[in-house]
Design a protein around this ligand. Structure first.
Ligand code: IPM
Ligand code: MG
Length: 360
């Protein structure tokens, strides 16, 4: 059955890397019988420039009617001084909340070919395979009240609210336990229950939901320790589940274990497996438009889209295999390059993945 994909390249390198992922989707259509139609929309700073909003109505409508969304990245220096309400990031956060994409899956897998590109010793990271499950539509990112107010003495005060309802914690807990069931059945819930009541409740709910999953071994870790353990002995983790902000921070940290943030895809899902798929890195304005960015995270996000939203595990595996073949050929963008590799640009990396796919 024909599936509809909303393609939202966004800003900065988003445009270049999404173009490579679209090449891969085109190849799946022509050579592997994938039935999709793609429609492009504006989001982020480029949307603001054109329409005055980082999430125009037309884009939201497009995203709502799509079966899945492919997103590049948003943001850039140009829009940093805008009011927070219309900053590019609001476009992304708006999509997440409007579509209720509460479950963010961020796998950190080390390709053996890149063991030497990691900033950690190869023996610490080789074989690394962690899944971070990040709550994505609640917590301090969305909590009210928020703002910057002026006190009586004219001093300004900034404030945000970390807030979670039991039902919000429960639904992300179920996703995390289900994810663990399909893997090594170990789940580590990350909180700051020694200081923050909100995450004391988080821990309580995790323990309650764990009763439905007796096969999964649940552990708890404070976030400061989790950050340390991720760089000390990352292979102790199988699945990690955490709040919106802790997940944002820990997933960047986990990404670097794999050699480059340019390698990591992500899926943001609603309760019906509809998802938005994006690389976890940002728009990298410093290298935008220079054919330097690594498109692999975005291409691997297409694999996640096939797996979770389009029901095609077989094609997902093909993309992952093609990426591995390209790495085996020694082809590298600058972020994963080490001495002796073949340095190539964004376009050439996209073409190489397509060629590898066709050769499968
Ligand atoms: C991410 C990003 C976003 C976030 C930004 C761009 C709003 O850092 O997806 O991790 O903080 O969630
Ligand atoms: Mg982030």
């Amino acid at each position: 059955m024909m599936k509809n994909i909303a393609v939202l390249p966004g800003d900065g390198i988003g445009v270049e890397i999404v173009a490579q992922a679209v090449k891969v989707l085109n190849c799946l259509q022509t050579d592997f019988g994938l039935e999709i139609e793609m429609e492009e929309g504006l989001v982020g700073g480029s949307a603001y420039d054109e329409t005055g909003s980082p999430l125009p109505e037309a884009t939201l409508t497009l995203a709502k009617k799509a079966d899945a969304i492919l997103l590049g990245a948003v943001g850039g220096y140009k829009w940093e001084s805008l009011d927070i309400a219309v900053r590019p990031e609001k476009g992304l956060l708006g999509l997440r909340s409007e579509l209720e994409l509460f479950a963010n899956l961020r796998p950190a897998i080390l390709y053996p070919q890149l063991a030497h590109a990691s900033s950690l010793k190869p023996e610490i990271v080789s074989g690394l395979d962690i899944m971070i499950v990040r709550e994505l539509t609640g917590g301090i990112y969305f909590g009210q009240p928020r703002g910057i107010r002026t006190l009586e003495n004219n001093e300004k005060q900034g404030f945000n609210t970390l807030i979670y309802k039991e039902s919000e914690i429960e639904r992300i807990a179920h996703v995390a336990f289900e994810t663990a069931m399909k893997r090594d059945k170990r789940l580590c819930s990350v909180d700051k229950a020694n200081v923050l009541e909100c995450t004391e409740l988080w821990r309580e709910v995790m323990i309650r939901v764990s009763k439905d999953y007796s096969e999964v071994e649940l552990s708890h870790m404070y976030v400061d320790n989790a950050a340390m353990q991720l760089v000390r002995a990352p292979k102790q983790f199988d699945v990690m589940v955490t709040t919106n902000m802790f997940g944002d921070i820990l997933s960047d940290c986990a990404a670097m274990l794999t050699g480059s943030i340019g390698m990591l895809p992500s899926a943001s899902m609603d309760k019906n497996q509809k998802g938005m798929y994006e690389p976890i890195h940002g728009s990298a304005p410093d290298i935008a438009g220079q054919d330097k960015a690594n498109p692999i995270a975005t291409i691997l996000s297409v694999a996640m889209m096939l797996r979770y939203s389009l029901g095609s595990e077989a094609l997902a595996i093909k993309i992952e295999k093609a990426v591995e073949d390209v790495l085996n050929q020694g082809l590298r963008t600058a972020d994963i390059y080490t001495e002796g590799d073949k340095l190539i640009g964004t376009e050439a990396m996209g073409d190489a993945v397509v060629a590898a796919l066709k050769a499968l």
